[in-house]
Design a protein around this ligand. Structure first.
Ligand SMILES: [Zn+2]
Length: 58
């Protein structure tokens, strides 16, 4: 069950697509990425938050 009250740019694991993730660093290797830890597959991944920087205007 997905909580639709969350932001539309909800981070998810790029390996297993799980949303059971924990933010471990507000900034990754670049300013537009955040580092997350996936509780499902125990992997660290970076989630690009480009959705916030480039709102769809068209
Ligand atoms: Zn995962």
């Amino acid at each position: 069950m997905v909580d639709r009250e969350e932001r539309c740019a909800e981070p998810f694991c790029c390996f297993c697509e799980s949303k059971d993730v924990t933010l471990i660093a507000p900034f990754g290797t670049a300013q537009l990425v955040r580092q997350y830890y996936c509780n499902a597959c125990k992997s660290v991944f970076e989630f690009v938050r480009w959705q916030e920087e480039h709102p769809d205007e068209s």
